[in-house]
Design a protein around this ligand. Structure first.
Ligand SMILES: [Zn+2]
Length: 329
């Protein structure tokens, strides 16, 4: 992976390559911007360019250090991430211990800390001490999706590297580079909202299958096909993750039905389903749709409280049938 493979982050890459070209690197960089926009990938790429003996401003991708970093087993490139729900002080102490020894293979040790907004206060304090007096061979890359959650003292010690939300066109480019077919790439780009979560093709195909099921359930509810609805519920809602995904799609579809009623330009999330959703929206009232949306959100909350997914889903279907059938003209 070289810098030119990274899509949509020209400004961030310009900052890093300028440092590499002039050999005037900061001792700490803070990569900040929305989640899933390529910060981790860029950090690993930067580490390769730093440790690759052939590199000036980009990695060769073929030498032993480049391959070790890509495989995650270079002894001078240390990665720390969130474990459970935070990054604790023990992780920072481990990295401080490692920094007390010189590099094994190269003149530098690169530390990548992903998810810095999840540093516990003692961990952030300990990290600040390292940032105040880093050994000369240390280079720290701090990654965060929420810069506002970091202490100012920590931010002020780093050179800032901003990451932007990706556009649908960027996502389309990345997906086609990965060999995804044109139609799937276009749809994924539209539905992704500028985030990379939908990038794995298998996940995306699964997500679309779940969306189709949610769409069928919603259409059956509106068209008063009660038996079909509950048969679907029995087969679909046994698993918590599947139930969560279904409720999320039901909420997004409900939101689109509201948009069809109230906006002339119809800013639909599921733009590709416009032809199918428009006739469903025609007979529904905005008030009932909003109430249905509220019910879905409420049941999603119950699911998060560990209630039985089957019961949560069936209760929601009863509520939706009551609201969306009743509001038919
Ligand atoms: Zn190399």
């Amino acid at each position: 992976m070289a810098f030119h493979h990274i899509v949509g982050q020209k400004r961030a890459i310009h900052v890093l390559q300028k440092g590499l070209a002039s050999s005037r690197l900061a001792q700490a960089y803070l990569f900040h911007g929305p989640s899933s926009t390529g910060k981790k990938l860029t950090a690993l790429q930067f580490a390769q360019a730093l440790h690759c003996p052939a590199a000036t401003t980009d990695a060769c991708e073929t030498c032993v250090p480049c391959r070790k970093i890509a495989a995650g087993n270079h002894p001078d490139v240390i990665q720390i991430g969130v474990e459970g729900s935070s990054i604790g002080i023990e992780h920072i102490r481990t990295l401080q211990h490692r920094l007390s020894y010189k590099p094994y293979e190269h003149q530098r040790i690169t530390i990548i800390i992903d998810g810095c907004e999840f540093l516990t206060p003692p961990a952030a304090n300990a990290l600040l001490k390292t940032l105040e007096e880093p050994p000369p061979y240390a280079l720290l890359l701090l990654l965060t999706g929420n810069k506002a959650a970091l202490p100012l003292t920590l931010i002020s010690r780093c050179q800032l590297v901003p990451f932007r939300t990706l556009t649908p066109a960027h996502i389309h480019t990345i997906l086609t580079q990965q060999g995804v077919d044109e139609d799937t790439a276009s749809l994924a780009a539209t539905l992704s909202g500028g985030r990379l979560e939908a990038f794995d093709q298998g996940d995306f195909v699964q997500a679309l299958t779940t969306r189709d099921k949610a769409h069928t359930i919603l259409a059956d509810i509106i068209q008063a096909k009660a038996t079909a609805v509950f048969l679907q519920a029995r087969t679909l809602a046994g698993k918590r993750e599947q139930c969560e995904a279904l409720l999320r799609w039901l909420a997004l579809l409900c939101r689109d039905l509201v948009m069809l009623k109230i906006t002339p330009d119809r800013l639909l999330y599921n733009q590709d389903l416009h032809q199918e959703l428009a006739p469903l929206a025609r007979h529904l009232s905005v008030d009932n749709l909003l109430e249905a949306f509220g019910c879905i959100e409420q049941q999603r909350g119950y699911l998060g409280m560990n209630l039985n997914p089957q019961l949560v889903f069936e209760r929601l279907l009863v509520q939706l049938q009551h609201l969306l059938r009743e509001s038919k003209a």
